[in-house]
Design a binder for this molecule. Structure first.
Ligand SMILES: CC(C)(COP(=O)(O)OP(=O)(O)OC[C@H]1O[C@@H](n2cnc3c(N)ncnc32)[C@H](O)[C@@H]1OP(=O)(O)O)[C@@H](O)C(=O)NCCC(=O)NCCS
Length: 120
């Protein structure tokens, strides 16, 4: 696996990880910009069980956050169920949690995204 592609349009973006041998999509990460706050977007990501813990999620979320930053998005909102340590780890890699509440059985997080590097 080592192929990534943007598959969205402005305000709704996704990146996908593709197994180069089988052509199967093994992971996706996507965001949808909030209607009432254009600086914020809801994010979700997933990797198929067999490919987890190999850095696919990290690569997806890193690519997606750079894409979001380039589109002027400053914050991700994410719902993460208690105990989902890999999701927490991924989100902490791309920014800083500035708000956290608990609703609907999940931590409702707001992550202020790190600025893009000058060269990105
Ligand atoms: C969350 C998910 C996308 C992670 O994908 P992944 O490909 O396994 O992630 P990575 O291999 O890149 O690992 C991500 C980080 O989590 C850490 N991690 C993985 N499993 C962990 C565990 N059980 N406990 C603690 N940390 C863990 C890794 O060390 C890594 O940290 P690092 O980047 O600091 O080294 C995947 O587990 C998944 O699809 N879960 C179901 C859907 C979901 O929960 N989505 C998130 C809510 S939107």
């Amino acid at each position: 696996m080592d192929s990534f592609a943007d598959v969205g349009s402005r305000g709704r973006e996704a990146v996908a990880a593709v197994d180069l041998v089988t052509g199967a999509v093994v992971g996706t990460a996507r965001f949808v910009r909030d209607d009432d706050d254009p600086l914020s977007a809801e994010v979700a990501f997933e990797v198929v069980d067999d490919c987890q813990r190999h850095g696919v999620g990290r690569r997806l979320v890193t690519e997606l956050s750079a894409l979001a930053r380039r589109e002027g998005i400053e914050r991700f909102r994410a719902a993460v169920v208690p105990g989902n340590e890999s999701a927490f780890a991924l989100l902490h890699r791309v920014g800083r949690v500035v708000k956290s509440s608990f609703a609907d059985g999940a931590h409702q997080l707001v992550i202020e995204l790190d600025p893009l590097p000058r060269s990105a």
